[in-house]
Design a protein. Structure first.
Length: 183
């Protein structure tokens, strides 16, 4: 059940990223679907204390997101999607999700800035005419989607074991695959 919920969450994150790049909007229906998956996951886990911590953390993330929206720093859909993603990834992995989201957001912001600044120099005035002239917009839903997807993937035990194997397991693997030179 956990695997199905995680894979469905990753699929929804992909849809959110695509929609944010294309229209700079994140649908409320999509946010509600991610939040519903998070609540379904909490019910499937069956731990009331984990559910309380996760819901509390998500409410705090939503409140901070709305303050950032009110200040004009993030979009409303981004603020809601971050809170819904917090419900889905759970309180145990919330910090790593937020850190990775910040790193991805910074890289995406730098890429958008570089495109707007240097693409007209190399592509000519025709491309410069196509770029928006107003405030520079960053599709932050992409960063949220990447961070949410990666966080959900790292919650699969086999993915974590493949990427970060235990040193003892690596030692056993090397001992079994290398020929023995001793007696």
């Amino acid at each position: 059940m956990q695997t199905i919920i995680s894979l469905a969450g990753i699929a929804l994150f992909i849809v959110a990223a695509y929609g944010d790049v294309k229209t700079f909007r994140i649908s409320n229906l999509l946010v509600a679907a991610v939040a519903s998956l998070g609540i379904t996951r909490l019910i499937a886990i069956g731990d009331p204390s984990a559910a309380a911590y996760t819901v509390s953390a998500s409410v705090i993330v939503l409140a901070i997101g709305f303050v950032l929206f009110w200040q004009g720093l993030v979009g409303g859909g981004d603020a809601k999607l971050i809170a819904a993603a917090a419900l889905l990834v759970g309180y145990n992995d919330l910090f790593s999700f937020l850190v990775f989201m910040g790193i991805c957001g910074a890289l995406i912001s730098l890429a958008v800035l570089a495109i707007h600044r240097y693409a007209p120099l190399y592509a000519g005035p025709r491309l410069a005419a196509l770029l928006p002239k107003g405030r520079l917009a960053v599709p932050y839903g992409v960063a949220i989607a990447i961070a949410g997807s990666v966080t959900l993937l790292f919650q699969f035990p086999f993915v974590a074991a493949l990427l970060f194997p235990h040193p003892f397991a690596v030692t056993l693997l090397l001992q079994s695959s290398l020929p023995s030179f001793i007696g």
